[in-house]
Design a protein around this ligand. Sequence first.
Ligand code: WQD
Length: 338
Amino acid sequence: MKVLVTGGLGFIGSHTVVELQNKGFDVVIIDDCSNSDENVLDGIQAITGKKPLYEKLDLKEKHKVEDFFQRHQDVEGVIHFAASKAVGESVEKPLLYYENNIGTLVYILKELCNKNKASFIFSSSCTVYGQADKMPITEDAPVKVAESPYGNTKQMGEEIISDTCKVTPSLNAIALRYFNPMGAHPSGEIGELPKGVPQNLVPFITQTGIGLRQELSVFGDDYPTPDGTCIRDYIYVVDLAKAHVVALERLLNGKNEANYEVFNVGTGTGSSVLEAIQSFEKVSGRKLNYKIVDRRPGDITSAYADTTKANKVLGWKAEYTLEEAMNYAWIWEQKIRD
Ligand code: WQD
C-alpha cells in the first residue's frame, strides 16, 4: 500500500513516515525543503532500515503535481503536512500563506478526486478554535475568527475538504486538529530542526538549556491561570505521528462513519509555560535562565483537548507525558549540538 506524505521531511511528517513504515506501508515523500533537509531521509532509514522514496517538488506548480500523480497511480492515501506554519510570518506575508497552504491543497484534492477511491489526512490545528469558551475543547466547539492568516488557512483548508467530500463519495478525509507538538524520536535520529530563532516554546527552552540562547522570555505571567502563564496541551510528536497512521487505517479499512471527520489530537492535559520549564529543569538537571516579559500579541490564555472522540471513536490515545516528551527533546538538542 503506497502512501504519499507531503512535507514528509518536516518535524511531524518525518515522525509519521517512520510510523507508517513500521506498519508496513510503502511511503513516497514530497518536500520542497523550504523548511527541512534531505538528510532527514538518512535519519528515517537509520530508524526503520528503509529509505522512503523522495521527490523534491514544489506543490505550488500544478503541472508537477499532476505529473507526480500520473507517475504514482498506485498512491491510495495521502497525508498532507506540506504548508507554511509560522503564525507571525503569516501576518506579514498573507499571500505566501494562502498560495502555499491553500493552492497546493486544491491541486492535491483535484488529483484525488480523479481516483476510484482515495484517503486523505489533513494536518489541521487547534488554532481553528481561537480562544475556546470552554476547557477542555471538544471538536464541536465553534470555529472562531482566525487570529492570523496561518490559522485562517487551516480553517479554510477544512472547509475546502468538507465541501469537496460532500460531492465526492470516493474521497474519504480526516482532519486532525493538533494541539502543541513537541519532542523528538527516542532513537535521537530525527527531531525538531527549527531554522533561525525558534518561535515555539519547547525548542527555545532546549536551546536556552544548551546555551545556544541567552535566556528564555516568558511572554506574560498575568493571565487568568493558576500561575499566570498560558496553558497548552503539549503532545509528544511520536504519539501525534501514530494518530495519523490510525486515522489513515480507519479510512483504508472503511471504518469511518462519514467521508469527512474531524478529531482533536492532544493529551487532554493542560500545562503552563512555567510547568514546561519545570519539566525541563527536572529532566535536564539544569536551572533554566528565563525572565518574564510582556504578553505576545495573539496568544490565547488556554487550550487543551477533550480527547474523548479520539480515544473512543478513532481508537487512539496519547501515551507519553510532558516530562517524557521533554526528555526526548533535550536528548535531541544535545545530540544535534554535539
Ligand atoms: C506556547 C506558549 C507562548 C515561546 C503555535 C501555533 C499553533 C501550532 C503550535 C502549528 C505560549 C509561550 C513561547 C517563547 C513563551 N503550530 N512562549 N516564550 O503559540 O501555542 O501555538 O505553535 O500548527 O498553530 O499557533 O505555541 O510554542 O509558540 O507557545 O513564553 O519564547 O509558550 O506565549 O503561551 P502556540 P508556542
